[in-house]
Design a protein around this ligand. Structure first.
Ligand SMILES: Nc1ncnc2c1ncn2[C@@H]1O[C@H](COP(=O)(O)OP(=O)(O)OP(=O)(O)O)[C@@H](O)[C@H]1O
Ligand SMILES: [Mg+2]
Length: 251
């Protein structure tokens, strides 16, 4: 007990069958802060989050949450403990209404009053969702979908929230909105957040702690402002030219 880290991995090795993706990773998430993981495509960012949720094959190493070793728990038990996870894709049900999506996310809760409380909490954070309650989620804009997906995680009353590339596929002008909204949520709720982003500079601008990942290992760990000013960040941009790099160049 007494660790300032709410979530920690120790010597984590992860992969898919024989494909080794993550090597000896010690990942530490300070409580109450926004932790950013940046890195180019395919370096293992999503795989790390999946391993924390129990959704990837861990060869060796441990995952600790609130000081307890949870390495052997199935994914739903990890969710119940309070690890919220917004996956990179497939995070809403397009054919269901906004209202139905949020209630679906609360399917483990029996008490209608508790569900109503959680709904109010989510609508308070994202008032727009309340106006759109009867709309099919598939008709929402990209930014609104992200709000809904985050709202769905928040319905389960998490103690930490891990968000995987919430700005992927969004128009550039929406990217700042999504980041700002995440930051506001973090400030209002005090919830520790792990944010995985390829749009490194914008993510780091709202972060406290940070990691850079390359080839399944961390090449930087430290404060977000330190990484923002670190030469490694420029190297990342130069080394990996991606679709939205065109926009990064302008940042
Ligand atoms: N189900 C899978 N089976 C086999 N290999 C996989 C699987 N999922 C991911 N990989 C591989 O694992 C590596 C890491 O993938 P991962 O999704 O963790 O990358 P990422 O850092 O999240 O990338 P991106 O920024 O593009 O989302 C990649 O080489 C990927 O092809
Ligand atoms: Mg990913």
């Amino acid at each position: 007990m007494g660790s300032k880290y709410i979530l920690e991995t120790k010597g984590l090795n992860v992969g898919y069958g024989p494909i080794h993706v993550i090597y000896d990773l010690d990942f530490k998430v300070p409580d109450g802060e926004v932790t950013i993981i940046v890195g180019p495509n395919g370096v293992g960012k999503t795989t790390l989050l999946k391993a924390i949720m129990g959704l990837a094959t861990v060869y060796s190493g441990e995952v600790h949450f609130e000081g307890n070793n949870i390495s052997n728990l199935p994914p739903y038990e990890r969710t119940k403990l309070g690890i919220g996870y917004m996956p990179q894709t497939g995070n809403i049900f397009s054919n269901l209404s906004v209202d139905e999506n949020l209630k679906m996310a609360a399917y483990t809760m029996d008490d209608p009053d508790v569900i109503q409380d959680k709904l109010e909490f989510v609508f308070n954070l994202f008032p727009r969702l309340k106006d759109y309650m009867p709309r099919a989620a598939g008709t929402l804009s990209g930014g609104e979908r992200q709000m809904l997906a985050e709202g769905m995680v928040l319905m389960r009353d998490p103690k930490i929230m891990m968000v995987d590339e919430p700005t992927a596929g969004l128009m550039p002008k929406l990217v700042n909105d999504v980041m700002r909204q995440l930051k506001e949520m973090a400030d209002e709720t005090g919830l520790p957040i792990v944010l995985v982003e390829q749009r490194a500079r914008r993510a780091l601008a709202v972060g406290d702690y940070s990691y850079m990942m390359r080839g399944g290992r961390f090449t930087f760990e430290g404060s977000a402002p330190d990484l923002l000013n670190h030469p490694l960040l420029n190297e990342m941009y130069l080394g990996a030219v991606e679709v939205h790099d065109l926009e990064k160049v302008k940042e």
